[in-house]
Design a protein around this ligand. Sequence first.
Ligand SMILES: C[S@@+](CC[C@H](N)C(=O)[O-])C[C@H]1O[C@@H](n2cnc3c(N)ncnc32)[C@H](O)[C@@H]1O
Length: 287
Amino acid sequence: MNSLHQAISWGIEVLEQRGNKNTRSEVEQILMHLLGCQRIDLYLQEELSDRLDRQVFEQLISQRAKRIPLQYLLGESHFLSWQFKVGPGVFIPRPETEILIQQTVDSFEDRVGAYRHTPLHFLDLGTGSGNVAIALTKLLSYCRISAIEISPVALTAAKENARRHGVENRIEFIQEDWSQFLNRSSDRVDGIVANPPYIPSDEIPRLDLEVQMEPRQALDGGVDGLDWIRILLKEAKRILKENGYLIFEMGEGQATQVRQMAQAEGWRQYGTARDLRGIERVFWARK
Ligand SMILES: C[S@@+](CC[C@H](N)C(=O)[O-])C[C@H]1O[C@@H](n2cnc3c(N)ncnc32)[C@H](O)[C@@H]1O
């Protein structure tokens, strides 16, 4: 395995033997991470091969062959146009969640003028790596956020990500169970955003092995996947200001039930936003 070309071929072969997908792209990402270079350099700058620590490279490939998520191995995940630190114990940001951000920005866009001097206050329930809270502070320059998270490991990553992106002054991180937080909270907020755990418990053993390595409490939404969504629809109105929004992500096939639940809880203005596959992915409701 002297040349980078050989290293790439070897990595692809090992990963393919273990049934991994996207093997070339993943081997390239591991090499780019180790060498601090662009993809094209792997093919044009053969001298980079001298800098490659083969032992570390082989170790990463063998861990990836055991289906440890690539993001955990590299310690980073991409969300919108930013990089976020992640690692075992922290939920890996997903592209679908970009729809949650888009919907939130769209919902509050018309308030830019009126609220320019009074920052909007949002709750981000289950902040994980902090990606949602941080993206919103970047995109809505007039908001501040209280980010609630039960996992201390995730919260540590979220705080570091906020520092890295220079928005730590605009996000208050709180380690707490969010239903307790909602119960005790008396402040009224402009928006509540969440990407709650929404996978039905008995589907979890059938998910890709990589997903099963993510924290269970980030995935498990109870018997029908809707435990947390039920709580949100029930509790949010008490915390929201007039015209405030509850906006959350949901799973494929959950929209009809979520609409019925919202109707039963007395929400009157609501809708959904679809992801790139056309699936109703985000639910919004206005108080
Ligand atoms: C699906 S992840 C979403 C993470 C991140 N907001 C995102 O969109 O990528 C759900 C998060 O909620 C957190 N969580 C689960 N149950 C919770 C609870 N009862 N109270 C607070 N946070 C909770 C999990 O630890 C996890 O970080």
